[in-house]
Design a protein around this ligand. Structure first.
Ligand SMILES: [Zn+2]
Ligand SMILES: [Zn+2]
Length: 121
């Protein structure tokens, strides 16, 4: 069971499944939106994910034609990204996930836009 919440705790969620993919995205959008050198995402199954609270506080931002980013409208915490063409998976922002659940080895990538230097770590 994966659980998580935003900084102000209005938004909370859980996913009743394992983390199936673990990725570090170095694209310029992730760097700006996450305020970090790269953003880390945990892939979970969309049909095993649900919000526990705060759905009314969610805001969405389409960072490209096929990427929609969901964040808390109160505190600004990144919650997840969904990608057109991959409807079965959602990509949780690891910064919002509680604890340190087990996950596959990380893979570095750029989303679709080349940004900073990528390196496997
Ligand atoms: Zn919040
Ligand atoms: Zn990215």
């Amino acid at each position: 069971m994966i659980q998580g919440h935003c900084e102000c705790k209005r938004v909370s969620f859980e996913a009743d499944c394992e983390i199936s993919g673990f990725s570090h995205c170095h694209c310029s959008q992730c760097r700006r939106l996450h305020g970090a050198a790269y953003a880390t995402f945990a892939s979970v199954k969309e049909n095993r994910f649900r919000y526990l609270s705060g759905e009314e506080d969610l805001r969405k931002y389409a960072s490209s034609d096929d990427h929609e980013r969901v964040f808390c409208g109160n505190c600004g915490s990144n919650i997840l990204v969904s990608v057109d063409g991959y409807p079965d998976d959602i990509y949780l922002s690891m910064g919002a996930v509680d604890g340190n659940p087990s996950h596959p080895d990380g893979v570095s990538y750029f989303c679709r836009f080349k940004g900073a230097v990528a390196r496997n770590n």
